[in-house]
Ligand binder design. Sequence first.
Ligand SMILES: [Zn+2]
Length: 366
Amino acid sequence: MEVKRYTNNTIAEIELPRPFDGHGHPRRDELLRLVGPMMAKRFASGIVMPNTKPPITSRLVASEYRDDILHSTDHRFSPLMTLYLTDTLDPAELNEMRTWGIYGVKYYPKGLTTNSDSGVFSPSSLWTPGTNAFNVLRKLAEEGGVLLLHAADGFDKNNNELDPYDQEPHFIRESLPRVKDAHPDLKISVEHLSTAVGAEFMFKNGGYKLGCSITLHHLTKDRRDVFRGGFRPHLMWWPIIQPAEHKEAIQALAIADKRFVWLGTDSAPHPVSSKRADCCMGGVLTHHMALEGYVEAFEDLGALDDRFERFASINGPKFFGFPPSIKTITLVREDWTVKNSYLTEGLQEEIIPFRYGETMRWKIQD
Ligand SMILES: [Zn+2]
C-alpha cells in the first residue's frame, strides 16, 4: 500500500488496488440504480447475494441479474454471482458455473434472515448423504465453487429455539465442523463473522479451504450502540450486532493479517417503512461509505498499513480464485458528512444509510 504522510507522521493519503466486497446486496430495479454507482465507486468486484425476491436459483436468472448490475455500474464493477441453496436447487445448475459468472452457492437457514423463506429446512441436510443440499455441495466442490454460509442455527438438537445472540456460536460449534468433515474438498466462506466463538474457530481452522468475511458494522459497533437510549433500527442486521467482547475478537482477527479473512460489507438497504416497523427488517445500506469506514476502523486499530490492503483487496480474490484488481484507488484524509437519507427517482421511499448524518474522515479521491 502506498502511504503519504504529513510532516507530523499522520497518514494523509493511501493508495491500494481497488477493493473486493465479499458480500453485498445490491438489490434490483430502482434500488440497484441507487446502489450500483456506490459500489462501483469503491470496489472493483464483489460477491452478490442471491436472496432477491424471487431468489436466484438458476444460471439463467443469475446472468440476467449480472447484466443488470453491470448496467447499473457502467461496467466499472465485476459482479460475482451466487445461487441460493434451496431444498430443490438442481445440482446441474452448477455445470461450468464459472463460465456463467457464478462463484458460489449461499446457504440460508430457513426463516432466520431477510428473504430466507426459501432456505434449507434442516441444517443437517448439509452433511447428510442423499439429501439435495448434500448433492449440490458435492457438485459445488467438483466445480471449484465456494459455499457461502449464513452461519446461524435457529434451534438446538432438542428443537429448542436458540437465543439470537447464540445462533452463530451454535452453528460454529455444532454445524460447521460437520459440514467441513462431510465435504473435505469444498471451499467454505463463513459470511459476516460476528462472534468471538467464530473468531477463535477461524484462528484455529482458517486456511485455503476455510475463510470468512467481516462487515464494517461488526468491526465497529457493539450491543451498547444498538440499544443506546432505545432500540436503534438502523443498526439492526442479521447476524445481530454482539456485545463488546465479540467486537473486540472480530477486530483482533481482522488486523491479524490472515489470508483467510477479507472485507465483506453486507450492505443491505431496506425502505424506511421496513426498518421503522413492528418487525424491523435486518440490514442497512453501507455501500455509500463502506470503504471509507473500514479505513477509519483500521486506522483506529493501528493497522492502516499493508494489512489493510490484504484485507480489502487481496485475500478475498485469492480465496475465490481470481486475480486482485490491477487498478488502484486513492483515499485522502478529508472530512465529509453522510447524508441523512437517500431518495432517488423511482424509489417509493427513503433509504436511511449507516452512520447517517455523521462525519467521515476519509474520502475517495475522484
Ligand atoms: Zn447478507
